[in-house]
Design a binder for this molecule. Structure first.
Ligand code: FE2
Length: 371
């Protein structure tokens, strides 16, 4: 999408400019410029294979009115978690009890002390004809950050041991936890039973056998969101994110584009200025980002890339650069963004900002082939 960008302290920004910032960091303001076309584009399969994000404006919009009540209940569930740090007792009452009945049994709640972002995990068994058919299903509710003022949280649905299990190898349980998402958040169907989206995805990905697994329902609170990251997971092809309520502003691009953009940005005066704010060791960064192989490796080196992350997450001039290069996306209710995640070298990196004064809901489902 095309935007006009205004610096954080700009006095000239027009009315209706959208603030881009996150947890005290102000990246600037944007005003959407171009007309949004929702027509399919022949270039999409090439973009998919190149791991570039694909914007699908309005693709889930027609379904929104039929889920109005469910969406309002989901918001109440989010508020219950904020107020009580738990929502399990709410699930024992209508309408949740009826939706779970015969299909899932809520076993109880656990807190994992080794996970400081976790608020609570709800544990379930999957039932078939009254008998247990899938064990160890869970919905993990976590904060998105440690910032005291950030009320962003997510409901993540999966099963088994986090980080230890190859979840893609157990399609049956993956599909049980996918169904559990639909029992708690029926508006998931905005993605999963959206014919227009499904046929577009099949066309883009070039496969007929797609399923939505490892589902996450986000509630992005004002000034919350996510810093730059990718979502590569074994056995998954990518992620579909759909905006249900509120708006999110994204910076998203293929890793290869990110590496190229960093190299080009490193020749600008804005880079020189950004680097002066880094510790002395940060001066080496210029050399690294001008070497594609080293830059690629540094993006993945979670234990030693703080300086690089400081540049890509907290430098308004870099954000302006990406926005002017066409890597910004404003998602409104009914819009979706497809983020290819082929492998660590071919994946869409993305960063999310929440411009509204109210929390908004978003669905983020992994895409896999079930062949
Ligand atoms: Fe992500």
């Amino acid at each position: 999408m095309k935007f006009d960008y205004f610096a954080p302290r700009s006095r000239k920004r027009p009315r209706g400019a959208i603030p881009v910032g996150r947890r005290g960091y102000r990246a600037g303001w944007v005003v959407p410029r171009a007309h949004r076309s929702d027509a399919a584009d022949d270039d999409e399969p090439r973009r998919w294979h190149g791991a570039e994000p694909i914007f699908l404006p309005g693709i889930a919009k027609a379904g929104l009115p039929s889920f109005r009540t469910d969406i309002a209940r989901s918001r109440q569930l989010y508020r219950t978690v904020l107020a009580d740090g738990d929502c399990s007792s709410r699930l024992l009452r209508a309408p949740f009890r009826n939706r779970l009945q015969t299909k899932f049994e809520l076993l109880g709640t656990v807190n994992h002390e080794n996970d400081p972002q976790e608020i609570i995990t709800l544990e379930f068994d999957g039932l078939r004809r009254g008998r247990i058919d899938a064990e160890d299903l869970w919905c993990k509710i976590s904060w998105l950050s440690f910032e005291p003022g950030d009320a962003s949280l997510r409901f993540r649905f999966s099963f088994g041991l986090v980080h230890y299990e190859n979840v893609a190898a157990d399609l049956a349980r993956q599909q049980y936890s996918a169904k559990l998402t639909e029992a708690l958040f029926p508006e998931s169907a905005l993605i999963t039973r959206n014919r227009r989206l499904l046929s577009r995805l099949r066309q883009i990905v070039g496969r007929p056998d797609l399923a939505f697994v490892e589902r996450i329902v986000y509630f992005n609170a004002p000034r919350g969101g996510a810093e730059f990251h990718q979502d590569v997971e074994r056995g998954h092809l990518g992620v579909v994110y759909a905006q249900v309520t509120g708006r999110t502003f994204w910076l998203a691009l293929a890793k290869e584009q990110l590496i190229r953009a960093l190299r080009d940005f490193s020749y600008t005066p804005d880079w020189a200025e950004a680097v002066t704010r880094l510790p002395a060791s940060g001066q080496q960064l210029t050399k690294v980002v001008r070497n594609a192989r080293r830059c690629n490796a540094l993006l993945d080196a979670h234990d030693r890339n703080d300086d690089l992350l400081a540049i890509i997450n907290r430098t308004p001039q870099w954000n302006r650069y990406l926005i002017e290069q066409g890597h910004g996306y404003l998602l409104q209710p009914g819009d979706a963004l497809l983020l290819p995640q082929h492998d660590v070298d071919r994946c869409a990196w993305h960063s999310v900002f929440c411009p509204d004064e109210q929390p908004g809901e978003g669905l983020s489902f992994a895409l896999r082939s079930i062949a």
